[in-house]
Design a protein around this ligand. Structure first.
Ligand SMILES: O=C(O)C(=O)C[C@H](O)[C@@H](O)CO
Length: 255
């Protein structure tokens, strides 16, 4: 085994392919394993708004490795320690929340790179290096890392081009829930001004040469975002899918 594992999500992103994703908040190895088999290109494992810490994420990643979906993980914050710990358990693609400035994007990238490109701490035997079995991992790790930065406020949108231009940023992801809250439409990501901003962001991100991503909660929204140019679209959230199915079943049963 030589070098860092190839990051298929990053390769497809750089090739300009559209990739369908699934957002996972269930924090469960069983759910991760099962959902990874359903044909999605990527799955986002959330540690910002899910009750899961790094130790519990590793078995989730191991379970998800059986399927087609490439793992993406969101640290709870743009924090170099949290990012380092995700990378050590084998995450190669990070979605970093709440990036407001190019400087914050630079810090996120630096946290993912070994020196001299960045400040990632070096560990000998981790899941990332196949427990030391991947010869040359340290030398090749940086190039297989994919950094997605999340823009989720009006303030960040104003600086979108500067943030996207940061070296090492591979994709820019719009967070519709927080963006709508920041624009004065809390709980209304479908509000017209929010949708207008989301639509124009797709074109602005494309013009920078970086890939754009977004989260939808139903197929209709996911397809519209794809048509607007978004390249990595999470089409739903596992908790929402489960609750929707359970509530639908219960309502069919009547009183
Ligand atoms: O702003 C957003 O949208 C997000 O960041 C996603 C949210 O955290 C949430 O909807 C995930 O379940």
């Amino acid at each position: 085994m030589t070098g860092a594992p190839k990051n298929a999500f990053k390769a497809r992103l750089l090739a300009g392919e559209t990739q369908w994703g699934l957002w996972s908040s269930l924090a469960s190895p069983v759910a991760a394993e099962a959902l990874s088999l359903t044909g999605f290109d990527w799955m986002l494992f959330d540690t910002e708004h899910s009750p899961v810490e790094v130790a519990a994420l590793q078995p989730i990643l191991q379970a998800a490795a059986v399927g087609t979906a490439q793992a993406v993980a969101r640290p709870a914050w743009n924090d170099k320690v949290l990012i380092k710990r995700l990378l050590d358990i084998g995450v190669q693609t990070v979605l970093v929340p709440f990036i407001q400035t190019p400087e914050e994007a630079e810090a996120a990238v630096a946290a993912t790179r070994y020196p001299p490109e960045g400040i990632r701490g070096v560990a000998g035997s981790t899941r990332a290096s196949r427990y030391g079995m991947a010869a040359g991992y340290l030398q090749s790790a940086n190039e297989e890392i994919c950094v997605l930065v999340q823009i989720e406020t009006g303030q960040a949108l104003e600086r979108l081009e500067e943030i996207a231009a940061v070296k090492g940023v591979d994709g820019v992801f719009i967070g519709p829930s927080d963006l709508s809250a920041s624009m004065g439409y809390l709980g209304q990501p479908g509000a017209e001004p929010v949708q207008d901003a989301i639509r124009s962001a797709a074109g602005r991100i494309a013009a920078t040469g970086k890939a754009s991503g977004i989260l939808a909660t139903k197929a209709e929204d996911a397809l519209r975002y794809r048509d607007w140019g978004y390249k990595f679209v999470a089409a739903g959230v596992d908790t929402g899918l489960m609750m929707g199915a359970a509530r639908g079943l219960r309502s069919q049963l009547g009183e």
